[in-house]
Design a protein around this ligand. Structure first.
Ligand SMILES: *Cc1c(COP(=O)(O)O)cnc(C)c1O
Length: 397
């Protein structure tokens, strides 16, 4: 295959490819432009339409669009009642927001280790981490594959915990035939550009629970309501509104909602193409003794967000960083999802220590996320495969 580009050889690709990229077509652009010519830039009809679409897609009774996936998690933890002294159990193998949402409310994130084969939070490990202070579980559908939600839901039921599913990766995934969004007490989505469907920024929460729904609406907009039924005094007049709790401005604009609505029309296409790419990767890598693939569970029909290779470093004369850098020199620009959350300085200063979740820590040392997004051509996919094979062949012991 020739010399590695990092040592001066010719790179597999002439131009760089990155681990993720949004796909925006003319319809998406026209949808946003239409809003800009309309009367409502925020709190308008595109928000209503998005919330209706998300309800239909997930089968959940209520949907609330918010400004980001992080705001969605914050709002869900608030609606769950998490506050000072409470604990929220989550996985360390996630983006920091899945744990930060507890901290915003004065609650403490508690990390439960992952299943070393699926990389999703382990139900048995959740059980071990539940204390009297536990209030909620934030289960992440890592890479788009549904967590073991049935088992986790049972644990939550037994322990009277609120189950929040962080579905930032898994919009469009079904679990045992049921859509993500219909499985947990509340499910949160993100529409950041690296996610399957984007609005630039954006997020949403879906739920069947009317009480949560009302809390989410208040939290999104300062704790303010115009509904006289929720007020303890009569309105002064038609202009009147009242603040009955403390919320934020977590609203989404109608431009974002219009973009997401237009993108949602392509969700089926996005899911199918991502599945095809993942299958091509599976085929190419499944017989390579130097890599381990993420185990796929039969219960999850996955809308795949990330594709992860775990390198068996004992069979290679390179570190993960050397492999990562060699791929980059071949113009295959990868990423690592994720640094265990409690490794961050902010968490260490709170007293979290290395050793907490050995499976997540071991995975972190060996993992690389390779490119996966809708608009990759078969040629792009093949070039990624070629680059991985070239680098592995070079470092093979
Ligand atoms: C992206 C992401 C978030 C945060 O979403 P934003 O829209 O970027 O705020 C939360 N959790 C997970 C697992 C994510 O991947």
């Amino acid at each position: 295959m020739g010399q590695l580009a990092i040592f001066g050889g010719k790179p597999v690709r002439e131009t760089p490819i990155y681990y993720g990229h949004q796909f925006i077509d003319e319809k998406d652009i026209a949808a946003v432009v239409d809003v800009m010519k309309s009367d409502f830039l925020t709190c308008g009809p595109e928000i209503t339409k998005l919330e209706k679409k998300l309800s239909e897609l997930t089968g959940a009774r209520y949907a609330v669009a918010v400004s980001s996936g992080t705001a969605a998690l914050h709002a869900a933890c608030y609606a769950a009642g998490a506050s000072n002294g409470d604990e929220v159990v989550t996985t360390p193998m996630t983006f920091a927001a899945s744990a930060n949402c507890a901290l915003y409310l004065g609650a403490k994130p508690v990390f439960a280790d992952i299943n070393p084969r699926t990389y999703n939070i382990s139900p048995e490990e959740i059980r071990k981490q539940i204390s009297k202070a536990a209030k909620a579980v934030v289960a992440v559908d890592f890479t788009g594959q549904a967590a073991e939600i049935e088992e986790i839901r049972e644990i939550c039921r037994e322990n009277k915990l609120v189950l929040i599913e962080d579905a930032a990766h898994s919009l469009g995934t079904t679990y045992k035939g049921k859509p993500v969004g219909s499985l947990a007490d509340m499910t949160t989505f993100s529409f950041h550009p690296v996610k399957t469907v984007t609005g630039g920024e954006g997020g949403a929460i879906v739920t069947d629970n009317e009480e949560y729904y009302r809390k989410l609406l208040l939290f999104r907009s300062h704790g303010i309501t115009r509904d006289s039924g929720q007020m303890d005094r009569a309105p002064d007049g038609d202009w009147y509104y009242n603040q009955i709790g403390l919320g934020y401005n977590y609203r989404m604009t109608d431009m974002q909602a219009a973009l997401i609505n237009s993108q949602l029309d392509k969700l089926g296409l996005f899911k199918e193409r991502r599945r095809q790419i993942a299958e091509r990767y599976n085929k190419a890598f499944q017989d390579m003794p130097e890599v381990v693939l993420q185990e796929e569970i039969a219960a999850s029909d996955t809308a795949r967000h990330l594709y992860i290779l775990q390198f068996r470093l004992e069979r290679l004369s390179a570190t993960r960083k050397e492999i990562f850098d060699a791929l980059k020199a071949e113009n295959v620009c990868c990423n690592v999802h994720y640094i265990p959350v409690y490794y961050f300085t902010y968490y260490r200063k709170m007293g979290y220590k290395k050793g907490l979740c050995p499976n997540a820590e071991a995975l972190y040392e060996r993992m690389i996320t390779i490119p996966l997004y809708y608009s990759m051509t078969d040629g792009d996919v093949d070039s990624v495969i070629e680059a991985v094979k070239k680098v592995v062949a070079y470092y093979r012991k």
